[in-house]
Design a protein around this ligand. Structure first.
Ligand SMILES: *Cc1c(COP(=O)(O)O)cnc(C)c1O
Length: 364
């Protein structure tokens, strides 16, 4: 049945045991099911290095974007002003949300292969004292750049701002100590580094902040506060919850812990990523992001030459068992390879053999 592996950063390749959890139909108001929800919430809190005195977890139906929008919509009022840092499509999607909601914001946009500049950020914060919130994507999945979360977190702390981090493609695959960084809202989803299937996102929220958000939401279904209130009560979701997805996620969480937690998963992803970049470099396929800024999650590669045809390459690799990702840049021709999910060194070595073979055939 499973005739190819996904090298895309969500949905991604999951284990058979995670998929098997979905073979049973669960009831949303049954205690066993509500217990699964509560178990997941406390496991997520632990992964974030947080305690329930200071933080809480809210699960939100939909893809990751819905969870980000629920935060933008609930945590920011008409009296606030946001500073949105962008160097990729996901940061730009947050700008789009701000426009839809009608928020007051300022965008600090930088080239896709560069980091936000600390001095520039300081001068924006010094000059524009109306800013109340800072929003940034951690791993920009558009390119695979890993944004400097500590730098921005320290600035946010010293200027006393509310910090919102889209850690969709990094949380669970890299250590992110949410309380130590002083992150107020961290957003991720079921189908990325935790290795579940798509269907809901989650928010790790500082209680002190979330408690002030009652009545802020301009949307009923994306009201993060109301969603929390109901879930906090006894583990019941507001409206139908994605029961199969939640069961699979619970299993995926247990498997993450069995693997050795975030340090072990991070090491596996890092190893996958290093082998991939080193071996492709040898056949003339270069990464777009400089090594020191590269995440261990997904890599953008430049087309190796003028003759390179992505569709042909894609089919060649797919027929041999792996699905890749097209690029998302407008100015250069690129494609992307994700290395998260149930992907091990053998898979990456096999993939690199296939790509080497393809490049050899193309050269003839
Ligand atoms: C995957 C992802 C999202 C959410 O995308 P959905 O398609 O809505 O799940 C948001 N931000 C980043 C950085 C992502 O990688």
């Amino acid at each position: 049945m499973n005739n190819y592996k996904l090298l895309t950063p969500g949905p991604l390749t999951t284990t058979k045991s995670v998929k098997e959890e979905m073979l049973f139909d669960r009831c949303t108001w049954d205690q066993d099911y509500k217990d699964i929800t509560q178990k997941i919430r406390s496991q997520l809190l632990a992964l974030a290095g947080a305690t329930n005195e200071e933080y809480t977890v809210v699960l939100m139906q939909g893809s990751g974007t819905f969870a980000v929008e629920s935060v933008m919509n609930t945590a920011i009022t008409d009296h606030d002003k946001s500073l949105i840092i962008t160097n990729g499509a996901y940061g730009e999607r947050i700008v789009k949300m701000a426009k839809y909601i009608g928020l007051t914001f300022r965008e600090y946009s930088i080239p896709y292969n560069e980091y936000p500049n600390e001095a520039e950020l300081r001068s924006i914060l010094d000059e524009d004292q109306e800013i109340t919130h800072i929003i940034m994507v951690h791993c920009e999945t558009t390119t695979g750049i890993l944004n400097p979360i500590e730098v921005v977190a320290n600035l946010s702390k010293s200027y006393g701002k509310t910090l919102i981090i889209d850690a969709m493609s990094s949380f669970g695959g890299m250590e992110i100590n949410v309380p130590a960084l002083g992150i107020d809202y961290l957003i991720s989803s079921a189908n990325k580094c935790i290795q579940g299937v798509p269907g809901f996102g989650f928010v790790i929220a500082k209680l002190e902040k979330l408690l002030t958000c009652e009545g802020n939401s301009r949307s009923l279904s994306l009201d993060l506060y109301d969603q929390w209130k109901e879930m906090e009560n006894d583990g019941k979701w507001r409206y139908t919850s994605p029961t199969h997805v939640v069961a699979a996620f619970s299993k995926a969480m247990d498997e993450l812990i069995e693997e050795g937690g975030i340090p072990a998963r991070h090491a596996r992803y890092q190893n996958n990523n290093r082998i991939l970049r080193e071996r492709l470099e040898k056949v003339g396929i270069h990464a777009y992001i400089a090594e020191e800024k590269q995440s261990p999650i997904i890599t953008t590669f430049l087309f190796p030459n003028e003759q390179f045809n992505f569709e042909d390459f894609y089919s060649y690799v797919k027929e041999r068992g792996f699905v890749l990702y097209p690029g998302k840049l407008t100015d250069v021709d690129t494609f992307r390879i994700g290395n998260i999910g149930e992907i091990h060194e053998e898979d990456i070595q096999t993939l690199c053999n296939i790509i080497e073979e393809y490049m050899g055939v193309m050269a003839k």
